[in-house]
Write a protein of this length. Structure first.
Length: 351
């Protein structure tokens, strides 16, 4: 028997959120209920907490980096997972009928919808997984021995996997990563796993750069104290990096990436820019004459999450270094405040 109420993070307005008693969601006929074991706090969650979200109507339960146990299935459920199984659940549900889905390129689905936007999220004791996610979502059993806390963060790692796949990061590459948050740090580890020769990371905050040290970049650069483009050129003998990844929403990063990239280099625009500052003045003559490849990165497909879980299980992406803080769900306000102040690398909450 599933209990009637649960603890959940309820956001009532920007910067108005708390752990409250909420109704346990109902199990749909073709879906299932998941007892949440761990839920990560994403950068997009922080933006929603701070400023709201165009696809979220308050009051709302956020959280889309989820790991949990199946506790109930619907009367017409036909999925492959059974009660008692532990699953990593990403937020995406793909339509399956658009041109991209029919080509198996789910990350470009034209009708993608997400948990924590269309459906209530996972910063709660229980979450209802809808039929759309059962039919064509991002749900995977955990590799043997993988800590559920690390499985929960497979969602952002999946986007990192997609980005380096699209950017063809590989043997011998020199890679510059601008932004040393959890995504930037994961980019360091994945570039190393894919065979990159030298990897640099830059940020403008010393505290964030210190958090990047355990990931072993070949150079750590404070872009507030040095000319990042000149330093990138110096480190590469004047040629510039083969790959530049902008793991930050700062518009200047895209400008710097174009200025520093090696001829024929690949620039992975990972961080979305503020909607009121999304035209940073890139010199397209540099793109033209240096034959640069500008690659926008957004989302991931089921295969990317499967790879992310394997990378976390093998330690090639070190979950223990990425997850800097674990909090009980009851301490969400404390953990969220620390994250909003930039005092954590990655926070995961345990209901």
């Amino acid at each position: 028997m599933v209990k009637q109420t649960m603890k959940a993070v309820v956001v009532r307005a920007p910067m108005q959120f708390a752990v409250e008693e909420a109704p346990v969601p109902q199990c749909s006929e073709k879906g299932f209920l998941l007892k949440v074991v761990a839920c990560g706090l994403c950068g997009s969650d922080l933006r929603t907490l701070h400023s709201g979200h165009r696809k979220v109507t308050f009051p709302w339960i956020i959280g889309h980096e989820i790991c949990g146990d199946v506790i109930q299935v619907g009367s017409q459920y036909q999925g492959p997972w059974e009660v008692g199984e532990r699953l990593a659940v990403g937020p995406n549900a793909y339509c399956g009928v658009c041109d991209f889905c029919r080509d198996g390129r789910y990350e470009f689905c034209e009708n993608r919808v997400e948990i924590a936007q269309k459906w209530l999220g996972g910063l709660a004791e229980v979450i209802a997984i809808p039929e759309a996610c059962v039919r064509l979502g991002t749900i995977h059993r955990l590799p043997e021995g993988l800590d559920p806390v690390y499985a929960a963060i497979s969602e952002p790692i999946s986007s990192v996997v997609n980005s380096q796949e699209q950017g063809r990061v590989g043997l011998g590459d020199t890679v510059m990563i601008i932004g040393s948050g959890p995504v930037g740090c994961a980019q360091v580890s994945l570039a190393r796993a894919r065979g990159a020769d030298r990897i640099f990371i830059a940020d403008i905050v010393d505290e964030r750069l210190r958090l990047a040290e355990p990931f072993g970049p070949d150079a750590i650069i404070n872009a507030a104290r040095t000319d990042l483009v000149e330093e990138a050129r110096r480190l590469t003998g004047g040629k510039g990096p083969d790959v530049v990844i902008t793991a930050t929403p700062a518009p200047i990063a895209v400008v710097q990436a174009v200025q520093m990239a090696r001829k024929t280099g690949r620039i992975l625009v990972f961080g979305g820019l503020p909607k009121d500052d999304s035209k940073p003045g890139v010199d397209m003559n540099i793109v033209h004459y240096n034959a640069l490849h500008l690659i926008g990165i957004n989302g991931f497909g089921p295969r990317h999450q499967r790879q992310a879980l394997q990378l976390l299980a093998s330690g090639r992406i070190p979950g223990d270094k990425l997850v800097s803080h674990r909090f009980p769900l009851a301490e969400f306000e404390k953990g969220a405040k620390m994250a909003l102040e930039g005092k954590v690398l990655k926070a995961v909450f345990l209901p």
